[in-house]
Design a protein around this ligand. Sequence first.
Ligand SMILES: Cc1cc2nc3c(=O)[nH]c(=O)nc-3n(C[C@H](O)[C@H](O)[C@H](O)COP(=O)(O)O)c2cc1C
Length: 176
Amino acid sequence: MTRLLGISGSLRRQSFNTMLVHEAARLFDPETFEFADIRFPLYDGDLEDAEGIPPEVQKVADQIAVADAVIISCPEYNKNLSGVMKNALDWISRTEGNPWLDKPVAIMSATAGRAGGERSQNSLRLCMQPFRPLILQGPEVLVGGAQNHFDDDRRLSTESYVTFLQSLMDDLKTRT
Ligand SMILES: Cc1cc2nc3c(=O)[nH]c(=O)nc-3n(C[C@H](O)[C@H](O)[C@H](O)COP(=O)(O)O)c2cc1C
């Protein structure tokens, strides 16, 4: 049984990155798919000392640990990954063990800008380096001008992006 976990670095309801995660999951076609909720509090050492790991953080750490593969789509904010994504990585790093170790991970991004989030992906790779996941190197899925590439049903409508995404998902599947 293949378990896939999806994470979006954007919390907004109409997020293109969330749409992309769901499209990736559809193309991967796993036995089970879960979408992680990373609406965590801001990391605060005092909060951790007083209350320990928040249950919503532990839940996502556990979801990562049992997943066969993880897909992450992260927006680009000012040429970097989103604070929401970095905050999630920092909280998860405070949990017992390292759920990311050797985990097959595919990274992608959707942005309003034309470049599609290349710098966001690079910074996300760097931020995940301490956890030693198995991050695929490509094909790079960078959906620039995302507003033009999803239809009203939140489906990726541009054939070339679907082809790249399918190829990335096929590769990810071979790692599980
Ligand atoms: C604070 C902020 C900074 C942004 N910086 C960039 C940027 O550097 N490059 C880019 O292509 N788009 C940038 N954008 C536009 C995002 O690509 C766009 O809002 C995108 O839809 C966000 O992803 P989402 O749809 O998943 O929420 C920025 C948006 C915000 C709110």
